[in-house]
Design a protein around this ligand. Structure first.
Ligand code: BGC
Length: 268
């Protein structure tokens, strides 16, 4: 498999592009549509369909969708930053209905984490690595030896000051409260020091749109493990979602081949 298609659903925009799986880079320009104001599953799925239709990937191309929520066996169990109707929705069924093809749905930070581990800032590093995304919320992905511990939600950790990590230090909070880089960096340190207390990490990666300004705040942070910006920048979610969809397709193909081989053996 050389190509897959990735879509990243965020609090402010939904973006997608075909991905070259060998290089981990976008093929051409990504297409972005603002997230519908009423961000129900149906409205978002209709927007995702527009993005997929724009590129019209051939039927054999795996499609991966990254969602800002934990996705447990195809179902959203909790939704912090989009419409509450997502909770309890089987998102694989939802997107299959809208797109007319199988879709792999994963958590957005997991997608970014997998992307960074396979192609970006964590490439070749066994870990444990924590990839964090700073945006509307705070997302987390724990990666060890190319394997994800899926659906970690460290952004909802309660800090010693009683605040929830993402309510204290997401980049949306910086913007909303007009915090200076220094003020925001102090808040980020409150968050990362707790992550480091609980997880013994070899590397911390900072992603999300604001990671393009990493020079303004990463040097202000004191952490035990090295802390570096995501190299796939804002495309990590698209790239990781595509790569995880291709991985899921490979696993499915393998399982099917094994089932066919077992059937043949039984017939003999
Ligand atoms: C969600 C996570 C998500 C993160 C970043 C959090 O509020 O619970 O699942 O990864 O935001 O979008």
């Amino acid at each position: 498999m050389k190509t897959a298609f990735g879509i990243d659903i965020g609090g402010s925009g939904i973006k997608g592009a075909p991905v070259n799986l060998k290089t981990g880079s976008l093929i051409g320009k990504r297409y972005r549509i603002p997230t519908p104001e009423v961000s129900t599953p149906e409205n978002v799925a209709a927007t995702v369909k527009k993005i997929v239709d724009h590129f019209d990937p051939s039927p054999g191309i795996p499609v991966g969708v990254a969602l800002p929520a934990p996705v447990i066996h195809g179902e959203v169990t909790w939704m912090a930053n989009l419409h509450g109707d997502w909770v309890g929705t089987n998102v694989e069924t939802l997107f299959r209905t809208y797109l007319g093809r199988d879709v792999t749905v994963v958590n957005d930070a997991d997608a970014a984490g997998y992307g960074e581990a396979e192609y970006g800032a964590a490439k070749g590093i066994p870990g444990p690595i924590l990839v964090t995304t700073l945006g509307t919320g705070i997302g987390s992905a724990l990666v060890v030896n190319h394997e994800l511990v899926p659906n970690t939600e460290f952004g909802h950790l309660t800090l010693p000051n009683g605040k929830e990590a993402e309510h204290w230090a997401a980049s949306s909070v910086k913007e909303r409260e007009g915090l200076s880089w220094e003020e925001w960096a102090a808040r980020l340190e409150d968050v990362y020091s707790q992550f480091e207390l609980l997880l013994n990490l070899d590397l911390i990666i900072v992603g999300g749109g604001i990671s393009k300004d990493a020079n303004n705040f990463l040097p202000l942070l004191k952490t035990r493990a090295p802390i570096v910006p995501a190299t796939l920048k804002n495309s990590a979610g698209i790239i990781g979602a595509a790569a995880l969809a291709a991985r899921a397709a490979r696993i499915r193909d393998l399982a099917e081949a094994q089932a066919t081989a077992t059937k043949k053996k039984k017939k003999r």
